[in-house]
Write a protein that binds this ligand. Structure first.
Ligand SMILES: [Zn+2]
Length: 799
């Protein structure tokens, strides 16, 4: 910050001196004036004070006029309600003290000088960054140049990273040729939580360009050939492979009935696992907010759940019809009668707070009572009758009891000896398509088993776990009461937010309640508010639904792959899933693990495409923070970091391309079933794709090989060494001549969405290294825990 700026922020008490000149004591002769405000001009200048922008509460017109008269530095914002003014002003502490003497109070500090300075400094560093980046030509890295064709059109998709991309003034233009016609377009800059990720472009094309040229306004340039995303021929469906076993959205009861039926029909291949942590249940206390939503309202909640008697409770406030009558509560069965107090003229005098207290004392066997949202309850209540209700609309055959969440376990050998795959759906209640993906998958695995050798191979060699609905209570609520319900049904709000007006705002986000990278660890993308849709809960793993998933992974350490199925948007993502307030993510997978995630994703995305041509966009494929946002405490991060499970997140329901408007259209959480059905079919393809990935991995006994380039030799000056592997594999290495182990450094990605890093060698160094693939095979069967020397080694002599 410049000195000049700083000076602008200091205001001396000379202002006060000017005020006295206006002579406000003639207007308010009785007021005592703070001494600071009556400094005489001939006295030394007082010390400078910090200023803040504050919101003042000005009680009346007189005080407002006084403000203007005093020359207080007001901003443009003045708002009036009920005769009280809210005014934003720039003031010093001394001014604040003086304002108080006029009955003017500081309501809120909007920004302090320190905060303002911080913002000015931020701005200054951005200006400097821009100047330094714009000073020289940038270099461009083409991360992706893809074409793809979906059911509607052919698209060109580019991701390009500029070395000067951190400043918004850097603009990139792409140029390519379609059928001999030159086309060009400007790329969009993608920034997430303050971090520049890359520039990108996605446009429909009439012909596939062979190459594309990128030019930066800073002079950088790059060209790249254009390759096909998911470029495999669609498979011709086998005529005897049966699919399509869902014909409507299914509620939890139906899902689990179907699962039980399958277990009965295929007892040798299926069992149902009852998870140990029962949910809260699709149930509520019976409640009423009696007398509106003001300070005369009384909120009454039953002690018993609605279906266990709470719904039978009624409360009547009545005028006893005589003078000087005391407040009295009588309980008769499920009826609570409140005789309100009256004065000598027979007028009712009981306030809401008094009625609340009387109910809590005399009807505590049936109900608890509070004032409305924490207000003082000073209003006098009116005679009225109210019946309490849990408000639940589901028919009686939807059980109100705690729900046992179940998993369908499919496999010929279900004893833990085979590698496990887990697909789990509906953490978020409103995502109605997601359970269908698991049911469709279970049906396909079982009904094709007898005649399809591919399917038999999967079922015979794997241990497959499918959880159709992690959140059955929320699902029942979404089907019957509030279709946008995302969370479970557990209300963790205290008395000030537990009135029935908030009934759609309670519950815990089960994909924010886990223990890795959580809100409680300081990560972003979850809320501490019990009424927020991303509420993380009162503590990690507070919810039975989240603990069930932890239990399943603990109990079955053979699980190596997992899919967390959500909707919508057509995303395909993996860890890290969260970053902190400085946008530092959870540890990135190694370069080898990342390569495996991409390769496995390619197989699954091709399978998804096979159904109706849906292309999961390259811009929606990758680690969560690179393509979506931070999601603190999500379950897939738990599985990856704590359990070492390769864990993906699907968002089913890819946008549909509208040929008329030439725009992508979102499908929503609950599309018409015709669309929901298609989504279930294509993502069941994807889930079976994951099961194939698990099978391939289980049959992979081939160790990877790796090679450093350049290798042994004498070099002048620093050398960049790249270690390449024969398949996706993590490379462990040392640079000090020691034996490499699992504790050694690993080759990482060089940056977000970039390729593997190179090692900069600037003095004579021996690199010892070995590679491990996703199936755990170690290069040359080297044992990092033993004493053998059969690792790779190169020595680069630098002159
Ligand atoms: Zn979701």
């Amino acid at each position: 910050m410049t000195k000049k700026n700083k000076l602008k922020w200091k205001r001396s008490l000379m202002v006060m001196t000017a005020i006295t000149g206006l002579g406000f004591s003639t207007f308010y002769p009785g007021l005592s004036i703070p001494t600071a405000a009556v400094e005489q001009p001939d006295q030394p200048l007082p010390a400078e004070e910090s200023v803040s922008i504050v919101q003042l509460e000005v009680p009346n017109d007189q005080a407002k006029d006084k403000l203007l008269e005093l020359g207080i530095d007001l901003t443009h914002r003045i708002e009036q309600h009920d005769g009280i003014y809210e005014v934003d002003a720039v003031v010093t502490p001394t001014e604040i003290a003086m304002l108080k003497t006029f009955g003017i109070n500081v309501k809120d500090t909007l920004i302090t000088e320190n905060e303002w300075n911080t913002r000015a400094a931020e701005r200054q560093s951005a200006v400097q960054l821009q100047a330094s980046l714009a000073a020289s030509e940038d270099t461009l890295k083409v991360l992706r140049a893809d074409h793809f064709t979906n059911q509607s059109a052919t698209f060109l998709y580019l991701e390009v990273k500029s070395s000067a991309g951190a400043t918004a003034s850097t603009a990139l233009k792409a140029t390519w040729t379609e059928d001999g016609v030159e086309k060009s377009a400007t790329l969009s800059r993608f920034v997430d939580y303050g971090e520049y990720i890359y520039h990108y472009l996605m446009v429909p094309v009439t012909a596939i360009p062979t190459s594309v040229k990128i030019d930066s306004n800073l002079g950088g340039t790059a060209t790249s050939s254009v390759t096909e995303w998911l470029g495999k021929e669609p498979k011709h469906p086998k005529t005897d492979y049966v699919t399509d076993f869902v014909d409507h959205y299914m509620a939890p009861n139906e899902l689990y009935e179907r699962a039980e039926k399958l277990a009965k029909e295929f007892p040798k291949l299926v069992e149902i696992i009852d998870m140990p942590n029962k949910t809260n249940g699709y149930r509520r206390l019976a409640q009423a907010t009696i007398g509106g939503t003001t300070n005369l309202a009384v909120v009454v909640s039953s002690k018993a759940w609605g279906h266990e008697g709470g719904n039978d409770v009624s409360v009547e406030f009545q005028n006893p019809g005589k003078n000087n009558s005391p407040l009295k509560v009588t309980v008769d069965g499920k009826k609570i009668l409140v005789d309100l107090a009256t004065d000598s003229s027979g007028k009712v005098t009981s306030t809401a707070a008094q009625v609340v207290s009387a109910l809590n004392t005399n009807a505590s066997q049936l109900v608890t009572a509070t004032t409305y949202r924490g207000n003082a309850g000073t209003g006098v209540v009116a005679p009225i009758t109210a019946k309490l209700t849990d408000g639940l609309k589901a028919p009686a055959d939807v059980s109100r009891d705690p729900f046992t969440v179940k998993a369908i376990r499919i496999g010929k050998h279900r004893d833990g000896s085979k590698p496990g795959v887990l697909g789990y759906a509906q953490e978020h209640a409103r995502e109605w398509v997601t359970p269908l993906v698991t049911i469709e998958t279970a049906e396909r695995l079982l009904r094709n088993y007898a005649h399809d050798s591919e399917t038999r191979k999967l079922v015979d060699n794997l241990d497959i776990f499918l959880v159709p609905s992690v959140n059955p209570d929320g699902a029942n609520y979404s089907f019957n009461d509030y279709n946008m319900q995302r969370r479970n049904m557990t209300n963790h709000c205290g008395p000030t937010a537990s009135d029935p007006g908030n009934r759609n705002a309670w519950g815990v986000d089960l994909n924010r309640n886990h223990s890795v990278g959580s809100l409680f660890d300081g990560y972003i993308g979850a809320s501490a508010s019990c009424t927020s849709d991303t509420y993380a809960g009162p503590a990690e793993n507070s919810e039975p639904e989240a603990r069930n998933l932890v239990w399943l992974a603990d109990k079955n350490p053979n699980i190596k792959f997992a899919m967390n199925i959500h909707s919508y948007g057509g995303y395909f993502m993996w860890s890290p899933g969260a970053y902190d307030s400085k946008r530092v993510t959870l540890p990135r997978p190694t370069a080898g693990q990342e390569a495996f995630y991409w390769a496995a994703s390619d197989l699954m995305l091709n399978d998804i495409q096979d159904h109706r041509g849906t292309v999961i966009l390259p811009s929606r494929t990758g680690p969560i923070p690179d393509v979506l946002y931070s999601a603190a405490g999500n379950s897939a991060d738990y599985l990856w970091y704590e359990k070492g499970i390769y864990a993906w997140n699907f968002e089913v329901g890819a946008d549909l391309w509208n040929k008329d408007t030439k725009r992508w259209q979102a499908v929503g959480f609950q599309p018409a079933f015709a669309e929901g059905h298609e989504e279930a079919m294509e993502f069941s393809n994807g889930l079976i794709g994951l099961i194939k990935v698990a099978y391939n991995s289980s049959k992979d006994h081939q160790p990877p090989s790796s090679k450093a380039t350049p290798g042994n030799g004498k070099y002048t000056g620093p050398v960049e060494v790249k270690i390449e592997t024969s398949e996706p594999a993590t490379v462990y290495y040392t640079l000090d001549g020691s034996r490499p182990t699992f504790q050694s450094k690993k080759i990482q990605l060089s940056g977000t969405r970039e390729f593997e890093e190179t090692l900069k060698i600037d003095k004579t160094t021996t690199i010892n290294y070995f590679a491990v693939d996703a199936a755990g095979n170690i290069e040359k069967n080297y044992n990092p825990l033993g004493n053998g020397k059969n690792y790779n080694s190169v020595t680069l002599t630098i002159k």
